[in-house]
Design a protein around this ligand. Structure first.
Ligand code: OOB
Length: 556
């Protein structure tokens, strides 16, 4: 597999500058972990209900797992779709991939056939790692079915209980992640090039299915190194990972990898529910964690009921993924221990954070500023693409040492999402304050941010067109008091047809789509409003929806 194909490299002058500035260190992420493990051999690297692993243990298992992947015939540069819950095996497997130069494609546990098929195809994955069954869903069956129809997928690897009966052609993840044995001990592993792809992250994607974002060892290490100091990560950090671990935020901002590179302890937790999270924070003395606003809201409510004693070790609460309402931010600052840090980031690169010593006003009402002076930002007028006057809202464009110049193997999307001079068009409407902090004011991209999950309106609409009753469909964001936004579907039906929300949702389930994309609300209309150029007028639809909600007394 040639990982360089399909990539949009940084122009040489930029690459040279990033190397000269020390932003790109020329080291693979696996090597950086080996060094950290050498410095902190006896420190606890990873702990959950099942295991407690020191750095020496974790490195031993990661390297043994790397050797076992190679023995299976999975080669450096091969892609492996990883769909795992927050579990210690995710960390061992990811480190194993980084050590061997095998490239993980970070799927989410919520993904179903629709998304996984696309990820396998787009990455030409040779292996798919999934749970056996999880929350009543039979992932193993789906993984095997995908292998039947995929020309590249050879291995299905499942996270199953040791006593679960599995077919012979399915590999078990647990033994792959076990300590070294005779066949793996002392094996020399290939060292990936620093400019090769370390991981594939997924874009929120405005058009249809998620696009792959190839993050190189150089650029992803830069991401981790730059986000660590503002978050005060160190050897005494205990990081609780409750967001899906394959997401950029908990993985590398600075998250799991940042904590492991600093000698701290990672605590994976399968659910952000406040009862579970509070218990884990108390049990492990968690100092740092990351959450989306909807989760913070549930933690605040829970803290109101049970008090904050369990959270007394918390030093930094990172919140991002969706706009944190100022009122919620104020409550978090007032009612929760530790310092709130707003994080406005994206899998495509740029990370903005509020600094821990910022004035409370900035922490509460801004989404922070870039982590590097080498992050270039432009705020432009949506229609003309010209810079807006200082302090005015506009679309944020960015480029920099950890913001790739294009999606993987997606020339059409790249023409839409990147400017000719390499700026990524975020589709976020921001205002740049004189103090350098950004305020996220809205969005120009056609997406719905449901509790931190970015959903492409177009993907929802395309799925809805699978219903024979639907003539026209438009999905828009509907305000929601805890999730921020949910999915509202406007539909024009063919004459004589009827449609209810249950039918739409059942159709989504039957299409094998991640459940978070199902519409939450359906409005059937006789026609859809159009803009002057004849496009569906989503602004008008949002206004219609607001009027409908006000009339029915459902305004959040
Ligand atoms: C994070 O990454 P993605 O790729 O899932 O989503 C990125 C998009 C942004 O373009 C923006 O539209 C939205 O999610 N977003 C926010 C936000 N953080 C992300 N909108 C408003 N306020 C915020 N604080 O979501 C992500 C990646 C790394 C770190 C943090 C979040």
């Amino acid at each position: 597999m040639n990982t360089r194909a399909g990539l949009t490299p940084w122009p040489t002058v930029f690459a040279e500058r990033y190397r000269a500035e020390g932003l790109w260190q020329g080291r693979s992420l696996g090597e950086v972990f080996v060094e950290a493990a050498g410095r902190h051999a006896d420190g606890v690297a990873l702990v959950d209900d099942e295991v407690t692993l020191t750095y020496a243990d974790l490195l031993d298992r990661a390297d043994a797992c790397a050797a076992r992947l190679l023995d299976l015939g999975i080669a450096p540069d091969d892609r492996v779709v990883v769909q795992l819950p927050n579990h210690w095996t995710f960390v061992v497997l990811t480190l194993a991939c980084l050590r061997a130069g095998v490239v993980p494609v970070m799927a989410l546990p919520a993904h179903r056939e629709h998304e996984l098929r696309h990820l396998v195809e787009a990455s030409e994955a040779v292996a798919l790692v999934s749970p056996d069954t999880l929350r009543d869903f039979d992932h193993r069956r789906l993984s095997c079915a995908l292998r039947e129809t995929s020309p590249t997928l050879r291995h299905v690897i499942v996270l199953a209980d040791a006593d679960a009966a599995l077919p012979d052609d399915v590999e078990r993840l647990l033994p792959l992640c076990a300590s070294s044995d005779e066949s793996t001990r002392g094996r020399t592993l290939p060292t990936p090039d620093a400019d090769s792809v370390a991981v594939f992250l997924l874009s929120g994607g405005t058009t249809g299915l998620p696009k792959l974002i190839a993050r190189t060892h150089d650029d992803y290490l830069c991401n981790i190194v730059l986000t660590s100091p503002p978050t005060a990560i160190g050897a005494d950090t205990v990081y609780l990972a409750t967001l899906p671990m394959g997401h950029n935020f908990p993985l590398a901002c600075p998250g799991i990898l940042g904590t492991l590179f600093a000698g701290g302890t990672v605590v994976p937790l399968g659910s952000p529910r406040p009862e579970r999270a509070f218990a884990a924070i108390r049990q492990h003395g968690v100092t740092h964690t990351a959450a989306v606003p909807a989760v913070v809201a549930s933690w605040l409510d829970h803290a109101g009921a049970v008090g904050v004693d369990a959270l007394r070790t918390l030093r930094v609460l990172q919140v991002g993924g969706a706009r944190l309402a100022d009122e919620l931010a104020e409550r978090a600052v007032r009612d929760l221990p530790g310092t709130l840090q707003q994080v406005f980031g994206m899998a495509e690169g740029l990370i903005n954070v509020t600094r821990l010593d910022d004035p409370v006003e900035a922490i509460v009402s801004t989404q922070g500023r870039p982590v590097s002076v080498h992050d270039e930002l432009r705020v432009v007028d949506e229609a003309t693409g010209m810079p807006v006057p200082d302090g005015e809202p506009g679309v944020l464009l960015t480029r920099g040492p950890y913001t790739p110049r294009g999606y993987y193997d997606a020339p059409e999307a790249n023409a839409r999402s990147f400017t000719p001079d390499g700026f990524y068009i975020t589709g976020d409407i921001v205002r740049l304050r004189p103090d350098g902090n950004l305020v996220v004011e809205g969005r120009s991209k056609d997406m719905i941010n449901r509790g931190g999950e970015n959903i492409s309106a177009e993907e929802v609409e395309n799925l809805v067109y699978g219903l024979t009753s639907v003539r026209l469909a438009a999905a828009v964001a509907m305000p929601h008091d805890t999730l921020g936004e949910t999915v509202c579907l406007f539909a024009v039906l063919h004459d004589g047809h009827e449609l209810d929300l249950g039918t739409v949702r059942a159709h989504f389930d039957a299409s094998g789509v991640a459940a978070f994309k199902r519409p939450d609300h359906l409005v059937t209309v006789d026609e859809l409003p159009l803009t002057k150029v004849g496009k569906i007028d989503k602004k008008a639809l949002r206004e219609m929806l607001a009027a409908e909600l006000t009339a029915s007394g459902k305004v959040p």
